[in-house]
Design a protein around this ligand. Structure first.
Ligand code: SAM
Ligand code: SF4
Ligand code: SF4
Length: 335
């Protein structure tokens, strides 16, 4: 029987944060003033071991999950990640196994990840300008490292690769066409993401959001495209296909066109808590159950109860008086 929440949404997708650490400090996610180098990130014994993640994912799959995405923080900072990928790729019922990364360590990691059984890759790329890149990620990692990571990933057999680009007004919205051109020329699928008010620290303002409609208008002035029809339930990006055959692009309109109605995602934080919304204020502690000898069916029952109780729809309520106020940080539960 399909497990559904209070709004009849099935549990189908699981995002697993494998670390809360990152080698970037994108101000929209982990501003350096709030997360300095000596920030008390989770200690090793606090984060889930790979065997624990494997066990939990198998339980989630028994509850209906079909798609699993590894994220963070920066997932490639976690040692031995291909081992985890291999464990998850073996679980029967995992139909889609993907990973989101900032790409800094991808040049070395792409092949081992592919060989371990990773299906798909998303790489975040907000700019093609080297100086701007350092500012946007507040990092010493040069843009060239990410670009070589993309090449290595293509060479390792990941294609098409998705590119995530968060647009901010006056910061990188002048690059929409350049980024789209780059993606077209390299066979990647770019997805422009509306800047969101995740967490509590990123200084979000509505006027910094570049609305999806504007992105579409800008791209349509240059290229003819048509919507990709028949969206599978739970999909977040609106997709368009270029009429000249150069692939497709997507827009994730999480602010101007919230998609909570089809949201089938659960999130597992690095320290083993289950969150039922990106904007949730608190999670359900699964690590305790894992480490106190609970059986798979006990843990499954905790997941079932959490999902049955779920009525989150933060993006649809954004700004309304009833919107929940306390939100966990995105790097903590995975973007
Ligand atoms: N570190 C990896 C990366 O950057 O790809 C994975 C984790 S990151 C939290 C996942 C995605 O969330 C990235 O594509 C990032 O651009 C996006 N993201 C982070 N903060 C955001 C915000 N405030 N609004 C929209 N997207 C955001
Ligand atoms: Fe790190 Fe990704 Fe957040 Fe940037 S968006 S700070 S790369 S976790
Ligand atoms: Fe899903 Fe919460 Fe985002 Fe709505 S706000 S789409 S419920 S994660």
């Amino acid at each position: 029987m399909v497990l559904t929440d209070r709004l009849s949404r099935p549990l189908q997708t699981l995002r697993v944060s494998v670390t809360d650490r990152c080698n970037f400090r994108c101000p929209y996610c982990m501003p350096r003033e709030v997360f300095p180098a000596d920030y008390p990130f989770l200690a090793r014994e606090e984060i889930l071991h790979y065997e624990e993640i494997e066990r939990l994912v198998a339980i989630f799959v028994a509850k209906g999950v079909r798609k699993v995405r590894l994220t963070g923080g920066e997932p490639l900072l976690r040692k031995g990640l291909p081992d985890l990928v291999q464990r998850l790729a073996r679980i029967r019922g995992v139909e889609d196994l993907a990973l989101t990364t900032n790409g800094a360590l991808l040049a070395e990691a792409a092949r081992p990840l592919r060989e371990a059984g990773l299906h798909r890759l998303t790489v975040s790329l907000d700019t093609l300008d080297a100086a701007r890149f350092r500012n946007l990620g507040d990092t010493e990692v040069p843009l060239g490292r990410v670009l070589s990571g993309l090449e290595a990933a293509r060479g390792a057999g990941f294609a098409p690769i998705k590119l995530n680009c968060v647009l901010q007004r006056g910061i990188n919205d002048d690059e929409i066409l350049d980024l789209a051109t780059f993606a077209r020329e390299h066979g990647h699928i770019i997805r422009f993401i509306e800047f969101m008010d995740v967490g509590t620290q990123n200084g979000w303002r509505l006027d910094a959001v570049v609305p999806a409609g504007e992105v579409l208008a800008r791209i349509s002035e240059r290229w003819d495209s048509e919507p990709v029809e028949d969206p599978p339930a739970g999909r977040v990006a609106e997709r368009w296909r270029y009429r000249d055959g150069a692939g497709e692009f997507g827009i994730i309109a999480s602010v101007t066109k919230a998609f909570c109605g089809g949201c089938d995602r659960a999130r597992l934080s690095a320290e083993g808590s289950l969150y039922t919304c990106l904007f949730a204020g608190s999670g359900v502690n699964l690590k305790m159950a894992l480490r106190n000898g609970s059986s798979d069916s006990d843990i499954g029952a905790i997941i079932t109860n959490a999902w049955k109780r779920r009525d989150d729809r933060y993006s649809e309520l954004r700004g309304a008086a009833t919107a929940p106020a306390r939100k966990v940080e995105m790097f903590h539960i995975g973007g």
